[in-house]
Design a protein around this ligand. Sequence first.
Ligand code: TRP
Ligand code: SF4
Length: 517
Amino acid sequence: MTDTDNETDGEDAPGADSVALDPWGSSTVSDYRKLFEEFGIESFDDVIDEVPDPHYLMRRAIIFGHRDYRRVADAMRNDEPFAALSGFMPTGDPHIGHKMVFDEIIWHQQQGADAYALIADLEAHAARGLTWDEIDEHARDYLLSLLALGFDPEDGTLYRQSANRELQDLAFELGAEANFSEFEAIYGFDGETDVSHMQSVVTQMADILYPQLEESKPTVIPVGPDQDPHMRLARDLAERTRYFKVTEAYASVAFDDDERPLVAAAYDARGEYAEDEDQPRCTEAADWLREDADLAAAYDAEVVESVVQKLENAGMEPLRPRIRFFDRQATDEAFEALIDEVAGEKRVFEGHVDAFDIDRETAEDLALAVEVDHGGYGFVPPSSIYHRFMTGLTGGKMSSSIPASHISLLDDPEDGYDKVKAATTGGRETAEKQRELGGEPDQCPVYELYAYLLAADDDEFAERVYEECAGGERLCGGCKEEAAELMAEFLEDHQEKREEAKEVLADLDVELDSARA
Ligand code: TRP
Ligand code: SF4
């Protein structure tokens, strides 16, 4: 999830500028843009227009990145099933960083998602060494805050990892698709890593795919970017369990992902070289590719060479676009059923079937339907959204081990008030300078409180604070007073709602006292 990992102490790594994403390490992200380049997280900006009525965390770019969220936005717009799930390690009190994730789950639930929240107690025990008693206490507090903030438990699902047998069965099955070398590469595990820690990883993989156990559906996992390694692995594992792989192909020979665009370009240019435009021959395409200097320059020379080779070997075979279904791990019956159901012209080979008259989307749908009909999971790759970490109130990281740096949802409203009043700001040394130069809201933890929490849905309010600060009309004393009062009000209200939620929680079917304690 979240920024529980903000809590690990320790100094910033030597090159604090470089991005390292470590789910159990210290996570500061100095440059969110690097996450796009280095890990392929996409900017949330690119999808926000497709989201009906986006949440304020999205509008303010606090949710800054995503993987594959378009799938979820599409489902939302078209009233199709989708799910949202996140998990919480019960290592301490829930704080305002967790509130963001609670809100994200709740918002998706209100937009029609099947919503899930889980207590990652196996992980807290294995990776953080908490006792079961500690875990029980914190688990309760997380759930109460989630309910107090508006999670609808009638309509959503809450569970603890340790008490969910189905989840553990799924974890076991997924474990068969992963091996130690991979864990080494992704998480830096080594010979000293204990096996329960590794088990907590496959458990998280199962969490992420759990909403799809009954029915395949787009699923969004709202988390902090420190959890991205888990997302990448979960997306991989989801794919590995699939019965069929659907690709585009142009001839009987297989081209890989690097080669395919080049073959597509050759196919598109057939008018330039083919004796018969309706039947561009592989050799003709090979000759054309070899001679086209522009193309050669635009692609990797080795890729060009291997494409040319393959095309030459294919000789007089015509280039012809098609959809190819690879049999990855389908049962024989499932493969037979797929072949039967492919409409139009098709050609059946040893481990694959080529279809000439259907488009990619139809093919993907068909592959999924046949898999599910024959007992497969049919997992759709899970999507994710990433939020920024909040800066600590004392500057630097927000850390549970520095109480003054964060506000717990259980803090006394007066303590909350005091912590805000004592916070560092992006203000100038003197009031005079502030009036002259304006403050620096982008460097100010108090401004963050407004944007992330206190202004809630009121964009106009958040913008006004920003403009007034930057314009020198707002001074830090008054600004902090206003924020501190709002914080105290929020805490008071939240804690009242927590009291009310106690009854609700008692009636729910969630295990609160671990049998292990
Ligand atoms: N690993 C997460 C954390 O450190 C908790 C977690 C467990 C989780 N399972 C999850 C988060 C599934 C998102 C989805 O806080
Ligand atoms: Fe921060 Fe408010 Fe001071 Fe601006 S005026 S720097 S937002 S505390």
